[in-house]
Design a protein around this ligand. Structure first.
Ligand code: GTP
Ligand code: MG
Length: 605
């Protein structure tokens, strides 16, 4: 058997996972001397590059001495926790990175809890020790306390700790040691991560944890082989989560080496390889010996906590900017997504709409963003939490929330979160002069909170949250206070009228933007909606010079992103998404119907 180590790199968002993998690739000499490699090479997807975050976990392999190390880089954002969960089943060890200044954050807890649950011993890497304000000792204590709180066993509590600056390319056993290179971390992996169990002589058992596709061979399943061998050309049985089986031959077997993929003839227990030849291969499927199939447990990841209704765009501007606009197209695309994304769900709701559920607004937002880039047009309603019934009690998801704010904003943060049913669990001054507040809050209370929080803290507050558990329903929580400025006409917005409306609130549109009756064109500074006319030009009698319009000073409109719009809207509003635009509209475009609904709502309160 080869000497193999399989590890996943896990952490809270931005604590340096992908950067660390870069360095491990570089310093193991996996790249050829002349090879040009981009920064954060593993973040290969377009949206990942743009946003500087990892969305999908990805694997690579390096050679170190006589060992092969398979490394899986995972996403740190809470919404992609499902990715991390399924990856943890595929590895025999984890590198847990913790930012030496930020310390233990909500997603550190979430991923470590899962890793501990799988019995893995973490190699803890306190990263970014170069940072001003780094406090490695404090952070080390936080990690230890967390492990105790998570009921780690004795072996797990003896976890090894290294201190690193991934970006600067070094890791070391003691803070006093010299800053050299990654050798100590490579040693830690070889010494502390167990070898894979399983035997190459047993019957084949492998499991798919990610999908990929190749123009020549079609669908590819990236699998961890737990037992036996996988050989190119041989026949295997594919067993799905629902028990259905199909036989097929491996048409191509692909191994990993750095950022490259190489065709191989055979791989054995302990390794991670990509398999082609099974046309309907999916995440969680087992690839088994054809004569003596023993499938592995299908994967279970935590259920989605947030859902939104996606529907066909039926607004007056529908079909002008997108290629795929019908409900059939949308359904096909969503079905395709659900095959590979086991942390998401989709349910057709009739009347050309679908309920899409995921872990959070970002996860659903990324799917929506991918769809609009592919030419889709559709609408999204306000996100709702997924409630459950347990012993006759209605339960809702709660989140662990950490906010870091400059001291002067502590009061307003606590007050606003109180209204959203948050319960403060700790308050700690941080070395950089900010205060760290921790809360437990119903996920519902967080919908739409981010933009309000950023305004309240003048952009200086930082918030992070991740799923805690389901708890009994906590009653009504407050939502957006300001109303909407709603267009009462169809056409192109005029600078002069936008200028006049500016004093009413924050505008979302600029001159010449297409608007329609019932479209939300700004945020009313006061509660309640206001119908306004963004098309009104200047009266001729007032016209002095022809260039006067250009002299009007317009405040630049508030930028609406897909996620900020999803956060902002209320129950009676929708986000309209096309490849070119993101608009907000009222569900009902008819002003008379809207008035009646608003009156009914008021009366029912
Ligand atoms: N000061 C300092 N910055 C670092 C270090 N390592 C990484 N960074 C920076 O931290 C930021 C985030 O790094 P990434 O490697 O993308 O973090 P990540 O954990 O992969 O992030 P996600 O995948 O989105 O969860 C980047 O701007 C890095 O340059 C370090 O050792 N010191
Ligand atoms: Mg990353």
């Amino acid at each position: 058997m080869q000497n193999i180590k399989n590890i996943a790199v896990i952490a809270h968002v931005d604590h340096g996972k992908t950067t660390l993998v870069d360095e491990l690739l570089q310093q193991s000499g996996t790249f050829a001397a002349h090879q040009e490699v981009e920064e954060r090479a593993m973040d290969s997807d377009a949206i990942e590059k743009e946003r500087g975050i990892t969305i999908l976990s990805k694997n690579t392999a390096i050679t170190y001495g006589d060992h092969k190390i398979n490394i899986i880089d995972t996403p740190g954002h809470a919404d992609f926790g499902g990715e991390v969960e399924r990856v943890l089943k595929m590895v025999d060890g984890v590198l847990l990175l913790v930012d030496a200044q930020e310390g233990v954050m909500p997603q550190t807890k979430f991923v470590l809890k899962k890793a501990i649950g799988f019995g893995l011993i973490p190699v803890v890497v306190i990263n970014k020790i170069d940072k001003f304000g780094a406090e490695p000792d404090r952070v080390m204590d936080e990690v230890f306390d967390l492990l105790v709180a998570l009921d780690a066993n004795e072996d797990q509590l003896e976890f090894p700790v290294l201190y690193a600056a991934a970006r600067d390319g070094y890791a070391k056993w003691e803070m006093e040691d010299e800053n050299k290179d990654m050798t100590p971390l490579f040693e830690a992996i070889l010494e502390k991560v167990p070898y894979p169990k399983g035997s190459p002589d047993a019957d084949t058992q492998a499991q798919v944890f990610t999908l990929d596709s190749d123009n020549f061979v079609g669908r590819i399943g990236i699998t961890r082989i737990f037992n036996g061998k996988v050989k190119k050309g041989d026949e295997y049985l594919l067993v799905k989560a629902d028990g259905s089986k199909s036989k097929s031959r491996v048409s191509k077997l692909i191994g990993f080496k750095g950022l490259e993929r190489i065709e191989i003839e055979e791989a054995e227990a302990g390794d991670i390889v990509a398999i082609a030849g099974f046309s309907d291969i999916d995440v969680g499927d087992s690839v088994c010996d054809a004569q003596n199939p023993v499938p592995l447990d299908p994967m279970h990841v935590e259920e989605p906590t947030l859902s939104v209704i996606m529907s066909v765009n039926d607004g007056p501007l529908a079909g002008q900017e997108g290629k795929h606009v019908t409900s059939n197209k949308i359904r096909e695309r969503l079905e395709k997504e659900m095959e590979t994304n086991i942390a998401m769900r989709m349910e057709p709701m009739g009347d050309a709409s679908f309920k899409v559920s995921g872990r959070g607004e970002l996860q659903i937002g990324i799917l929506a963003e991918n769809m609009r880039r592919e030419g889709f047009e559709f609408m999204l309603a306000r996100p709702e939490v997924v409630t459950k019934e347990k012993n006759g009690v209605k339960m809702e998801p709660f989140e662990h929330l950490v906010v870091d704010v400059p001291e002067e904003f502590q009061g307003v943060a606590i007050e606003k979160l109180g209204k959203r049913k948050a319960n403060m669990t700790s308050l700690n001054p941080m070395p950089d002069g900010t205060v760290r507040l921790e809360f437990e809050i119903p996920a519902r209370g967080l919908i739409g909170f981010r933009s309000e929080f950023l305004t309240d803290t003048k952009g200086e507050g930082i918030m992070n949250h991740s799923f805690l558990e389901y708890r009994p329903y906590s009653g009504t929580v407050e939502s957006r206070t300001p109303g909407a400025l709603v267009s009462m006409d169809n056409g192109e917005a005029v600078a002069f009228s936008i200028f006049n409306l500016q004093s009413r609130g924050a505008m979302f549109i600029k001159p010449q933007d297409k608007v329609y009756s019932g479209m939300v064109i700004g945020e009313n500074a006061r509660p309640g909606d206001l119908d306004v006319n963004p098309l009104k030009g200047k009266q001729l009698t007032n016209m002095r010079t022809s260039g006067a319009d250009e002299a009007i000073k317009l405040v630049s409109p508030r930028e609406i992103t897909l996620e900020s719009a999803m956060e902002w809207i209320e129950d009676d509003e929708l986000v309209e998404i096309t490849p070119e635009s993101i608009r907000i509209r009222k569900k009902s475009l008819d002003p008379v119907v809207r008035k009646r609904l608003a009156r009914d709502k008021k009366n029912s309160k």
